[in-house]
Design a protein around this ligand. Structure first.
Ligand code: 13P
Length: 259
C-alpha cells in the first residue's frame, strides 16, 4: 500500500491508479474469493509490475473481510462513500474515520449513482472530501455529464461546475484524485470517444490542482482499456462491472505492466 507521503513524492510522474468499484455487489464468500484471486495475481506478477497502484472499493459490509485478505498484497482498500461528520446520530451512514479504521486509504465520493439516488449536491460532496482528509484518506471525486447534457453541448460546462462546486481550496495531488465518468457510459457498454476523453481530461486538468491524477470510468473493460489507458491525459481507470471479475480486472491493471 502506498502511503500519502509516497504518493506525494511520485506526483511528478503521476503514478497510475486502477481502482475497482464493486458497488453493491457480493456476499462475504464472493468478496473473499475475489480478493484472494487478486492477491494471487499480484503475488505472481513480475517484479516491477503491475506498474500502477491497484485499489479495490468493496461494499462497506466486505471491507473488513477483503481488507484482511489483502494484507501484504500491495492492493489498497477504499470505501464507496462516507458521511461528512466523524460520528453521531446518522443512522445507516459511515464516517471517514470508520473507513480509515478498517484499513482504507481512499474513498470514492460524488459518484453519479449517489448524486442520482441520494440527491448529493456539490456542496455536500465538498464536505465529504474534507471529512476524508480529516481521517487521512485520499478522495476520489467523480464527475460527469448525462446524455442529455452532452447532446446539448454542455458536457464541459457541467463537469466544470461540478469541479468548482466540490473541490475544497486545500486540495492537492496527494489528497485528491478525479474520476471522469460520463453518466451515460456507466454500466451501458458505451464509452466516450478517445477524443472526448482527452478533451474533458485536459479541461479538468486546467481547473484542478497541479499534478492531480485523472481517471476515466464508464464501461472500461479488457477490450477497450488499451486505447483509453494509453491516452496521455488519462492516469488510470475507475472500473465498475469488470472489477467483479478478477481476470478482467487484472487484465486492465496489467495494461500498465509494460510502462
Ligand atoms: P461500469 O464500469 O460498470 O460502467 O461502472 C463504472 C463506474 O461507475 C465506476 O465507478
Amino acid at each position: 500500500m502506498i502511503g500519502t507521503g509516497q504518493r506525494g513524492r511520485n506526483m511528478a510522474i503521476r503514478t497510475k491508479l486502477v481502482a475497482g468499484n464493486w458497488k453493491m455487489n457480493g456476499l462475504r464468500q464472493d468478496g473473499a474469493m475475489l480478493a484472494h484471486t487478486l492477491k494471487e495475481y499480484a503475488a505472481a506478477a513480475a517484479p516491477g509490475t503491475p506498474g500502477c497502484e491497484v485499489l479495490v472499493c468493496p461494499p462497506a459490509t466486505l471491507l473488513s473481510e477483503v481488507g484482511g485478505v489483502l494484507v501484504g498484497s500491495g492492493i489498497a482498500l477504499g470505501g464507496q462513500d462516507c458521511h461528512a461528520a466523524p460520528k453521531g446520530a446518522y443512522t445507516g451512514d459511515i464516517s471517514a474515520e470508520m473507513l480509515a479504521d478498517l484499513g482504507c486509504s481512499y474513498v470514492i465520493l460524488g459518484h453519479s449513482e449517489r448524486r442520482q439516488h441520494h440527491g448529493e449536491t456539490d456542496t455536500a460532496i465538498r464536505d465529504k472530501i474534507a471529512a476524508a482528509w480529516r481521517a487521512g484518506l485520499a478522495a476520489i471525486l467523480c464527475v460527469g455529464e448525462t446524455q442529455e447534457q452532452r447532446q446539448a453541448g454542455k458536457a464541459v460546462e457541467i463537469v466544470s461546475s461540478q469541479l468548482d462546486g466540490s473541490i475544497p481550496h486545500a486540495a492537492s495531488a496527494a489528497t485528491l484524485v478525479i474520476a471522469y465518468e460520463p453518466v451515460w457510459a456507466i454500466g451501458t457498454g458505451l464509452t466516450a470517444t478517445t477524443e472526448d476523453i482527452s478533451e474533458m481530461h485536459a479541461e479538468i486538468r486546467r481547473r484542478a490542482p497541479a499534478g492531480i491524477r485523472i481517471l476515466y470510468g464508464g464501461s472500461v473493460n479488457p477490450r477497450n482499456c488499451p486505447a483509453i489507458l494509453t491516452l496521455s491525459e488519462v492516469d488510470g481507470a475507475l472500473v465498475g462491472g469488470a472489477s467483479l471479475n478478477a481476470n478482467d480486472f487484472w487484465t486492465i491493471v496489467s495494461s500498465y505492466a509494460a510502462k
